[in-house]
Ligand binder design. Structure first.
Ligand code: AMP
Length: 295
């Protein structure tokens, strides 16, 4: 199926996509995959633009709201579904192929074999979302297999997901290269997210404080703060907005391992948070460099 007026090809079944990509690979193309859950915004488009820079690559964007990565009390039913607008955006961006399967196409045997993502999946996001990363990694492993992709692009918005995916690709020797893409933000600093659609105007204004608090932490690090002081600076900023319900604020190394009590050289680190604004749970993170410290 090809959507109106464009060269965007839409596949809905795994077998159709595999047949297409087998042919593309036989023709010497490489395959660049951008997995999404739809409700596309300019953050997703950043991934597309990065994928399109690869030489000789056919870009495939998957749109699939993966039930396996949602907990029983999460927003699976209300998650925004905007397929026709999504396809228009992809066509306008010059994407070659969209893959939009149904849950039954993806899980014809139910949730039988799944990925065990290892210990990091129980921390940070995993502490409040048990099973989330098992679900996210399982669907990505399936998408890698179905698409036979050589490359896949993921946003640093979901930094922990990217670290876990890198671990999976390394641990399972999957023949694919993963590319991280920086977070796309509104001018206010708010990270673009499909879930921002849930926010009222008032909540939207409040949500900008999440990135502002991370910037306060980064500024503290630039001034030579220790990891604890960076977290304190972030928390102190958010404490001015008691309507924001903070889930966690943590600083880890770039691989999301805990930082020790001292360091005798600069350390690349990641400052991460999750918080509820109204009923909407939002995440954000920033990279930073820490000066040597000793507690
Ligand atoms: P989602 O549709 O929310 O599952 O996201 C699909 C992909 O887009 C994931 O790799 C996300 O990390 C990435 N993404 C979502 N929002 C942004 C953003 N604001 N900037 C960069 N990447 C993003």
């Amino acid at each position: 199926m090809t959507s109106d007026n464009t060269s965007l090809q839409v596949c809905t079944t795994p077998s159709d996509l595999s047949a297409l990509t087998d042919q593309l690979r036989a023709d010497g193309r490489s395959i660049a995959l951008v997995p999404t859950m739809g409700a596309l915004h300019d953050g997703h488009m950043q991934l597309v633009r990065a994928a399109k820079k690869l030489p000789n690559a056919t870009v495939i964007v998957s749109i699939f709201i993966n039930p396996l990565q949602f907990g029983p009390t999460e927003d699976l039913d209300s998650y925004p579904r905007t397929l026709s607008a999504d396809l228009d955006l992809l066509a306008a961006e010059g994407v070659d192929v969209a893959f939009a399967p149904t849950p039954n196409d993806m899980y014809p045997h139910g949730y039988r074999s799944t990925i065990n993502p290892g210990p990091l999946a129980t921390e940070l996001e995993g502490a409040t979302r048990p099973g989330h990363f098992a679900g996210a990694l399982t669907v990505c492993a399936k998408l890698f297999g179905i698409s036979r992709a050589n490359h896949a692009f993921f946003g640093e918005k979901d930094y922990q997901q990217f670290v876990l995916l890198k671990q999976m690709v390394e641990d399972l020797n999957l023949p694919i290269t993963l590319h991280p893409v920086p977070i796309r933000r509104e001018e206010s600093g708010l990270a673009l997210s499909s879930r921002n659609r849930y926010l009222s105007a008032e909540e939207h204004a409040l949500a900008q404080q999440l990135s502002a608090s991370l910037r306060a932490g980064v500024a503290a690090a630039e001034g030579g703060a220790t990891p604890r002081e960076v977290v304190d600076a972030t928390r102190t900023h958010l404490a001015q907005y008691p309507q924001i319900d903070v889930d966690y604020i943590e600083i880890r190394d770039a691989g999301l391992q805990p930082l020790g009590d001292y360091a005798d050289a600069t350390v690349a680190a990641r400052l991460l948070l999750a918080a509820r604004v109204g009923t909407t749970r939002l995440i954000d993170n920033m990279g930073l460099m820490l000066q040597p410290w000793d507690y």
